[in-house]
Design a protein around this ligand. Structure first.
Ligand code: COA
Length: 385
């Protein structure tokens, strides 16, 4: 296995992009990444996308995007693992380059979710839950995460205010990110008094419905000298794990096994400890998710994630800055693109280009991207070289 570096990143402004098609959105981000890397070709590409068939009626994305980008007939593969399709696209590109099959590979992610009604969005997203055990019985993702929130509150005393603190922090960070869908600040009162979606989660505890894409260029580390425009970022750890899709099959609703295992695998590959990590992008599809993920990654003891966010430990300047980009909550959550956008933020931080939201002295960053209610997780660790 050879070392792999990231030499280019690209992302568009996320939101309701009604004037652009799925292929426009993806191509815009991909061309930005290619331009940022300064490469004159790519050998292959991976495209993370969860539900383009249901959202816009389009499948067969590998060929479509390679052609529209002007890079056909390169091998192009669409990758799906629900909301961590982007993370899996990144890992697929990493394995491709590390194996020696290809030297320069694009890993992208895209989703266009706002062309259908809210009901159809909820239906399409719920295809990533267990149809027989959950969806046929009326469960949706806000409902499933509400169950996890209630279980966490009951077991550990996590409070309504602590959930809101996650949204307040992430909107604060997102207000410093020009690419975020909702770059506004919010308050505890606004979060707790917003319209109820699934008790105890209000609208402001939820990630939104978003159109967007992101892309990164991976390259064999020994070729980086040929494209040296930016500090090269090495991928030092990659972990992937699965769990049951259905919550009813799990021993404990307040912990995410796939996240813990993927993180341990990534740390082992990197030869690092959690205390070496300077910042982390996590999958805050709902505010409770960020609390449980930070515990399952091991940053905080089980049951202490709520106190950690409340006391400022996860703010920029705190013990471990979480979601400097604004997270899914403020930046948006075009499901197939989210995992790649996390890598985009990590590279931006490691290059020292994050402006007002820069983590001082950041050398090693982590990204955790999760499918459904934790049925799959990808964790990556990056280091500036
Ligand atoms: N955070 C903040 N503001 C939001 C928002 C969010 N998550 N979602 C919508 N808004 C805003 C809109 O901009 C709009 O504001 P405006 O009236 O000023 O224009 C207003 O709230 C209503 O928007 P609308 O699109 O009608 O909301 P909705 O009720 O159709 O959808 C949710 C809101 C929370 C139900 C929807 O975003 C959702 O389903 N989120 C979860 C997505 C999900 O499950 N992802 C997968 C995770 S595993």
């Amino acid at each position: 296995m050879r070392d792999v570096a990231i030499i280019g990143i690209g992302m568009n402004k996320w939101g309701e992009l009604w004037e652009k098609s799925l292929r426009d959105i993806f191509t815009e981000a991909a061309l930005k990444a290619i331009d940022d890397a300064g490469v004159d070709h790519i050998d292959a590409m991976y495209i993370g996308c969860m539900g383009s068939g249901l959202f816009v009626g389009q499948e067969h994305l590998g060929s479509l995007m390679a052609d529209y980008l002007g890079y056909g007939p390169i091998p192009a593969t669409r990758v799906e693992s629900a909301c961590c399709s982007g993370g899996l696209s990144f890992r697929s590109a990493f394995i491709d380059v590390a194996s020696g099959i290809n030297d320069i590979v694009l890993a992208g992610g895209v989703e266009k979710m706002t062309d259908v009604s809210g009901d159809n969005d909820t239906y399409a997203l719920a295809t990533a839950a267990d149809q027989e055990y959950e969806v046929y019985n009326g469960a949706t993702f806000p409902g499933l995460y509400a169950l996890m929130a209630r279980a966490h509150m009951q077991k550990y005393g996590t409070t309504r205010k602590q959930l809101a603190e996650v949204a307040v922090k992430n909107h604060d960070n997102g207000s410093k990110n020009p690419l975020a869908q909702f770059p506004f600040k919010t308050t505890i009162d606004e979060v707790t008094n917003a319209v109820m979606v699934a008790d105890p989660l209000t609208l402001m505890d939820c990630s939104p419905i978003t159109d967007g894409a992101a892309a990164v260029i991976l390259c064999a580390a020994d070729l980086v000298k040929n494209f040296k425009r930016h500090p090269a970022i090495k991928i030092i750890g990659s972990g992937h794990a699965t769990d049951t899709i259905a919550l009813q099959s799990r021993d404990d609703l307040t912990y995410l096994k796939s996240t813990e295992i993927a993180s341990q695998k990534a740390l082992k590959m990197a030869g690092k400890k959690l205390s070496d990590i300077n910042f982390c992008e996590v999958h805050d599809c709902f505010t409770i998710a960020e609390i449980i993920v930070t515990e399952s990654l091991g940053f905080f003891e089980r049951g202490k994630g709520g106190c950690a966010v409340e006391s400022g430990k996860t703010r920029i300047g705190g013990q471990i800055p979480i979601n400097t980009s604004g997270g899914l909550k403020s930046k948006g959550h075009p499901v197939g693109a989210t995992g790649i956008a996390q890598i985009y933020e990590a590279v931006t931080q490691l290059r020292g280009d994050a402006g007002e939201r820069q983590v001082k002295g950041a050398k090693i960053g982590m990204a955790q991207n999760m499918g459904g209610s934790g049925g799959s997780t990808l964790v990556h660790i990056l280091e500036v070289i």
